[in-house]
Ligand binder design. Structure first.
Ligand code: NDP
Length: 259
């Protein structure tokens, strides 16, 4: 029997990119999986992929920036699949701008989705884990949660906030069978990095291939990470073997950020 058989996982932003890879990986590990996001079509496709693996699935439209929608999402997960004891806060948005060009809207949207959205989800779901005396929260942060970089003030602030939330709640629940960790990837080969390459291309006049090479150059491995690598780590953090790992922000970037 696969290790996570009988567990229910909820993954925000689970329809595409890293979230989809985590949904599929957790399903292979035995979990029934609810995926949420704003786009019903990609969620339905991912739910189909989970069912094809032989697990139950739910596709739930939810904007994590709205706490009433988060509360409604949780009601749906419980009704369709049962109590979620695995929560992956993956939904996120990114954007680059010089500090002086970072608008109020950009700042507020980034903090709202990347940090407050995860807070809404954890506040709703962690009590269920505490009741069950078992739970796993995996927050998809970024190396931008562990180090600053030029032109990403809002993104970096939001991911530092997410890592702070991770560490504080991890300590709060440590004695109760629940772990809370963050994964901090470098650039990952998804639509988000495609948009970053396009942005660099516009700002520098380089073609998109050369812009992509710049992103690859941030890792000493000279490549983008894959969504499947992030998913493998997230799935491990949900295992029994990982029960001693708590409150960590684990970097997955090929070795650029050490220590
Ligand atoms: P994508 O842009 O491919 O996917 C983002 C996901 O987040 C989508 O599923 C999207 O779904 C969802 N999402 C965005 N806003 C909301 C919202 N308000 N409510 C609910 N869901 C939302 O990006 P990635 O897969 O690359 O990124 C996933 C996570 O990984 C993000 O948190 C990102 O910051 C982080 N990350 C990514 C890196 C990269 O290089 N790609 C590097 C480090 C971290 P929909 O649009 O349907 O709502």
């Amino acid at each position: 029997m696969a290790e996570l058989t009988g567990r229910v996982a909820l993954i925000t932003g689970g329809g595409r990119g890293i979230g989809r890879a985590i949904a599929v990986s957790l399903a292979h590990a035995g979990a029934d999986v609810a995926v949420s996001g704003r786009n019903a079509d990609v969620l339905d496709e991912t739910a189909g992929a989970i069912r094809a693996i032989g697990r139950r699935a739910a596709a739930i439209v939810c904007d994590v920036a709205e706490h009433s929608q988060v509360d409604a999402m949780l009601i749906r997960v419980k009704k369709d699949l049962g109590d979620p004891l695995i929560l992956v806060n993956n939904a996120g948005i990114a954007g680059s701008a010089k500090l002086s060009e970072t608008t109020d809207d950009m700042w507020e949207a980034m903090l709202r989705v990347n940090a407050t959205g995860a807070f809404f989800c954890m506040r709703a779901v962690v009590p269920i884990m505490l009741e069950a005396k078992w739970g796993r929260v995996v927050n998809i942060a970024s190396i931008a949660a562990r180090a600053g970089a030029a032109y990403i003030a809002a993104y970096s602030a939001s991911k530092h906030a997410l890592l702070g939330l991770t560490r504080a709640v991890a300590t709060e629940v440590a004695a109760k069978g629940v772990t809370v960790n963050a994964v901090c990837p470098g650039y990952v080969d998804t639509e988000m990095s495609d948009r970053s390459a396009a942005f660099i291309s516009v700002r520098t006049g380089r073609n998109e291939n050369d812009a992509r090479k710049i992103l690859e150059g941030f890792s000493p491995q000279k490549r983008l990470m894959t969504a499947e690598e992030v998913a493998g780590l997230a799935t491990y953090l949900c295992s029994e073997a990982a029960r001693g790992i708590n409150g960590q922000g684990i970097v997955l970037d090929g070795g650029a950020l050490q220590g």
